[in-house]
Design a protein around this ligand. Structure first.
Ligand code: PHE
Length: 358
């Protein structure tokens, strides 16, 4: 027991004498490390007789606990001392110039998507979403595009490897499958827009393999082509911030709408420069039409009671037009100089951010 008391005095003194964190760590290793003095003594317990161990065991363990507690306490003292020294030495120099910090920019795709959502939001649309990895049913069949339909060739679809039963998943080629998912999940009426990524195996000056669309769908009991036209004209005027930009509905074809149209806006092309507004040119902006009765039937909606319209527009296309971005491919080069130039500051939003201006 004398021995234990002597050891306690010795180690507590060594702990108290440690002048910094490194010295304290050395003491800890020497006492409680794997080959430390106290560790060795504790190991020795196993070789003792029962009586001897009964006496020595609690004493040695108590010693170990006391040294451990002393080390912790000393550690706290040393840390506070070191902090005090640091605080005494540090000075705030209020004359130093502020350092430049790079600020993030909002990518034009995010910006334009937000603008589109805000405008349709003001018209009572809510945002819907669907998966980018789709199946044949939602991307094609339910949209009245059966297996041998020529429209499939135009979509340059990216397919995944086939499953054991032969069916293949795909990357959605448009946002129109969100129409199907919306109508199958909820009962009409519907008034949704669905922004998102779409994919086609296509790459040149005007196509990137991944691009963005915004889909729109309105289904109700009395919905006609006049609603479709009014809604899109209103949107285009608000989006381009030009109340008199000419809008033209040109007959077209999509398997999932009948009748179908493509919408062009007026523009002028002078000296290779494209300008939106009155002029002698037209530029295609989006596809649209009245939802085909077969699509309604495929989704369990009664075409005798409900009808509606749908539209789909390319986000890159309208972003390029509105903000004068000449080359599509630059959107995805991740060039910071480009983003600083064409990107948007988070707190400096164009006027349409608030939606319709009235
Ligand atoms: N999904 C069509 C496309 O990608 C666009 C569209 C959507 C056309 C809705 C009509 C109705 O080209």
């Amino acid at each position: 027991m004398d021995n234990i008391d002597a050891l306690r005095t010795e180690w507590l003194e060594r702990v108290a004498a440690a002048g910094d964190a490194a010295a304290l760590e050395q003491v800890r290793v020497a006492a409680l490390g794997r080959k430390g003095r106290l560790t060795e003594l504790l190991k020795g317990l196993g070789a003792m007789g029962l009586e001897e161990r009964r006496a020595a065991g609690p004493a040695l363990n108590g010693l170990k606990d006391a040294v451990q507690a002393a080390i912790l306490a000393r550690q706290g003292v040393l840390e506070r001392q070191a902090q005090g020294v640091r605080l005494a030495a540090e000075r705030v120099d209020v004359t130093l110039p502020v350092e430049y910090r790079a600020e993030g920019r909002i990518h034009p795709i995010s910006q334009v998507t937000d603008e589109i959502v805000a405008i349709f939001g003001d018209m009572g649309f809510t945002v819907a979403e669907g998966p980018e990895i789709e199946d044949d049913f939602h991307n094609f069949s339910a949209l009245n595009i059966p297996p041998e339909h020529p429209a499939r060739q135009e979509h340059d679809t990216f397919y995944f490897a086939p499953h054991a039963d032969g069916h293949r998943m795909l990357l959605r080629t448009h946002t129109s499958p969100v129409q199907i998912r919306t109508m199958m999940r909820h009962a009409p009426p519907h008034r949704i827009i669905a922004p998102g990524r779409t994919y086609r195996s296509d790459s040149d000056i005007t196509h990137t393999p991944m691009f963005h669309q915004v889909e729109g769908l309105v289904i109700d009991k009395v919905t006609h082509m006049g609603h479709l036209k009014g809604c899109l004209i209103e949107f285009l005027h608000a989006f381009f911030e030009l109340p008199d930009v000419p809008v033209r509905f040109r007959p077209s074809y999509f398997p999932f709408t009948e009748p179908s149209a493509e919408v062009d806006i007026g523009c002028s092309r002078k000296g290779g420069e494209l300008k939106i507004g009155a002029g002698d040119g037209w530029l295609e902006i989006l596809g649209c039409g009245m939802v085909h009765p077969n699509v309604l039937l495929n989704c369990g909606v009664d075409p005798g009671i409900y009808q509606g319209f749908a539209f789909g527009m390319g986000v890159e296309r309208v972003a390029m037009l509105k903000y004068g971005i000449p080359d599509l491919r630059t959107f995805y080069e991740s060039d910071l100089r480009w983003l600083r130039h064409y990107g948007f500051a988070a707190l400096d939003q164009p006027s349409t951010q608030g939606g319709l201006a009235r």
